[in-house]
Design a protein around this ligand. Sequence first.
Ligand SMILES: Nc1nc2c(c(=O)[nH]1)N[C@H]1C(S)=C(S)[C@@H](COP(=O)(O)OP(=O)(O)OC[C@H]3O[C@@H](n4cnc5c(=O)[nH]c(N)nc54)[C@H](O)[C@@H]3O)O[C@H]1N2
Ligand SMILES: Nc1nc2c(c(=O)[nH]1)N[C@H]1C(S)=C(S)[C@@H](COP(=O)(O)OP(=O)(O)OC[C@H]3O[C@@H](n4cnc5c(=O)[nH]c(N)nc54)[C@H](O)[C@@H]3O)O[C@H]1N2
Ligand code: SF4
Ligand SMILES: [Mo]
Length: 686
Amino acid sequence: MGETKIVKTSCAVCGACCEIDAYVEDGKLVSVEGAKNTPMQEGGMCAKGVAAAQFEYNPERILYPMKRIGEKGEGKFARISWDEAYDMIAENLLKVRREYGPEATVFYVGYPKWFRPAMLRFANLYGSPNFCTESSTCFQAAALAWKSIYGNRICGPDLNNTKTLLIWSSNLYHSKTTTSGSYQALKKRGVKIIDVDPRHTVTAHDADLHLQLIPGTDGALALSMAQVIIEEDLYDHDFVENYVFGFEEYREYVQKFPPEKAEKITGVPADKIRRAARLYAGNGPASLMFSASPIVHHINGVQNYRAVFSLIALTGNYDVEGGNRTQPGPFSPANEFGKVKRYDGKEAIGQKDFPAWFDLPCQEAQCTRLADYILEEDPYPIKAVFSAGMNHRMWPKPGHLLEALKKLDFYVNTDMFWSDASTVADLVLPACTSYEREEVQTKPGGRFFFSNRVVEPLGEAKNDIEIIMEVMKRMGLEDEVLAKGYDAYMQYILEPSGLTLEELKAHPEGMKGKNLYPPAVKTYEREPFHTPSGKVEIRSLVLERYKDTHGYSGLPVYQDFWEIAGVDQKQYPLILNTGSRKPQFFHSRVYRMPWLAGIEAEPMVEIHPEDGKKYGIEDGAKVRVVSPAGEMTGAAAYHVGGKPGVVYIYHGSPHGDANELIGKDYLDPISGFPGFKSYFCRMERV
Ligand SMILES: Nc1nc2c(c(=O)[nH]1)N[C@H]1C(S)=C(S)[C@@H](COP(=O)(O)OP(=O)(O)OC[C@H]3O[C@@H](n4cnc5c(=O)[nH]c(N)nc54)[C@H](O)[C@@H]3O)O[C@H]1N2
Ligand SMILES: Nc1nc2c(c(=O)[nH]1)N[C@H]1C(S)=C(S)[C@@H](COP(=O)(O)OP(=O)(O)OC[C@H]3O[C@@H](n4cnc5c(=O)[nH]c(N)nc54)[C@H](O)[C@@H]3O)O[C@H]1N2
Ligand code: SF4
Ligand SMILES: [Mo]
C-alpha cells in the first residue's frame, strides 16, 4: 500500500460544497471525512457525501466525448476526440444561429450552480436570451414571490438574535444537513419554534408548535394568521403606515380567513392558528425560515408564499436584528451573477406565459414548458440545446421532454454520468467531479476557500468552465473575462475579497477576506424598496400589470387547488405530494450509488395506515398509483408522520419516476412551476 495523503477539497454530490478531507492513496480517492476545525463542518458530513468513492468511480461515469452514430434515441455512440467534439459544437451552433437566429439555441444548466455565470456569458455573447436552468422548478418562484413584495433584497432569518423562529416548510435534518447544528443550538437557547409542515418530521418533533396543514393550503393559513394579528392589534403600526403599500385592501381580504374557516381549509385547528399568530407577532424579534421548493411546487404557490412573506412586514420583522435581515450574502462563483446580466434584447422562452418572472429581475428564462416550445415552435423555432446536467426526470411527464429533445437539430449534453437524458443527444461530453477540478468558494463569515483537485480526471473528463471556454474560442466569441483562461477567471471571481488566488492556494484551510457585506439593519430607511411604489407591496403592482391578460391578482389571494384543477375527487381522492427530501437521495444523482440506492429497493409510496386500510393496501404491498396524467408502481410504506388523504413519493427514480404522474400543464400561472406537491391520485393493489 502506498502513502496516504489528505487533501483539502469540497464535496459536490449536492450543492452544499461541504469542506472535505479527502484521503488519497496512489492517486486514488479512498475515503472522505468532513473537514475538521472548520465552521459548520466540524468533521461531519452526510450519507450522500460519504459515498464519495462510489460517486467518483461509478461505472456510469462518462469518460470520453461520445458522438451519436445510430438513430436519435437509439443509444449508439462512438468515442471521438475533444478536438472533433469542439468543432462539431461550433459548427452546429453557428449554423443554427445563421439559419434561425440566436434565440433558436437554448443554453441549459441542471442543478449544478458553480459554472452558471460562465454559461450565461456564453449565451449572451452568442446572443440568445434563452439561458435557463433547473431553477425553473427550484428557488426562483420563492424569489419571485419575495421580490414582488420587498424588491430585490432577499432577507434570511437572523438566527443568532431571534426569539421566535417560524419554519415554513423545511426539514433541515434531511434537506439542509449543514444547518441542523445551528437548529439544535436555537433549541438550547430557548428560542420558540413554530414549524409549518404537513408531516411530523424530525424538525417538527423539536418545535414548540407544529402546524400540520394539508399540502398547498399555506396561503389560507398565513392569511388566517394575519387576520388574528390584525384583529388582536398585534401588528406593527409604525412599519405598516410608513412602508407598506396595499394594507387596507389586505386587511379587508384577510377577513375571509378567520381561524375557524381556515381550519376547514387547512386542517389546522383554529386554536393552534391563534397560538402561532400570537407567538410570532408577540414574542419578537421573530424570523421566518423559508425554503426553496415545497411552497412553490403548487399551482397556487407564488400567492401562497406571498401570503406567508407578508407576515414579516405586518409584524415589523423586516430587516431588524433577530427578524429577517439583509444577510452577509454568500459570494461565490454562482454570485458572479451580480455582475453579468441575461441578454434580454429578444423575447425569451416563457416570457409570454409568465411575464412577471421577467419583470422581477431574474437572470434566467422560464423553461418549464421547454418541451412544448420545441415541439410547437412557439414562440419561434428552437433548434439546438447546449446543456450541462440535463436530467429529463426532474420535469413533469419526463418522456415528453425526451421526445422534444429528439426533435432538435443539435443537442449536446455534458454530465459526469450517463443519464437517460443523454441517450437522445447528438453529442455527450464528460464532466469532472469536484474531486477532479479546482474551484474558489466562499463560506459564511467572509471565509474563502480553495477547493483542490484531489485526483486526475477519469478518462478525458474536463471542467465545465474549460469546456465552455474552448467552445467559445472555436466560435470566435471573446468574452473579456473567460478568454483569459481558468486561473484568471478564478482570480476575477476572487477579486472583491482582496485575496489573490496564489495566497488562497497557499492556505488550504481557507482564509478570511474583505467583509463584502457589513452587517446592516433597516436599510429601507436609507433607500426605498425596489418595487414600483418604493414600498413593501403586499399588493403587488407588478402582478397587477397582468390582471387582464393573465388573471394575476395584486393581493396574495388564496385559491383552492382542487377547484382550479377541476379534477374529479371521486376518481382521484388523494393528494399526491412528490419529492419531499430524503437524507440518502439527491434527485436522480445517487440512484446509481449502491450504498444509497440500496436503502430502498424500489420506489416507496408512503401512505397513512388509515388510507392503507381504507383502500385495502397493506404495508409493503405492491401498489399502483394512478393520476390524471399517468401511473407508476412502488411499494406501499405505512407512515404515521403524514395525515390521511396524502400520498408521498420521492422523485427521479429510473425504476419508477413519480414525475410520470404529474400533468405537464399543471403549472402555477405566475411562476410556471409544476404542482409537484399537490397533484391528485388513487391507489390500486397490484
Ligand atoms: N416530483 C418532483 N420533481 C422535482 C422536485 C420535486 O420536489 N418533486 N424538485 C425540483 C427541484 S427543487 C430541483 S432543484 C430539480 C433538480 O433537478 P436536476 O437539476 O435535473 O437534478 P439532478 O439530478 O441533481 O442534476 C441534474 C444532472 O446534473 C449532473 N451534474 C451534477 N453536477 C454536475 C457538474 O458539475 N457538471 C455537469 N455537467 N453536470 C453535473 C447530474 O449528474 C445530473 O445528471 O428537480 C425538480 N423536480
Ligand atoms: N438530501 C437531500 N437534500 C436536498 C435535496 C435532495 O434532493 N436531497 N435537494 C435540494 C434542493 S434542490 C432543494 S430545492 C431543497 C429543498 O429543501 P426543503 O425546502 O427543505 O424541501 P423538502 O424536504 O422537499 O421539504 C421540506 C418539508 O416541506 C414539507 N412540505 C411538503 N409539502 C408542503 C406544503 O405544501 N406546505 C408546507 N408547509 N410544507 C410542505 C415536507 O413534508 C418536508 O418535510 O433541498 C435541497 N437539499
Ligand atoms: S451535504 Fe452531503 S452531499 Fe452535500 S456537499 Fe455536504 S457532504 Fe456532500
Ligand atoms: Mo431545488
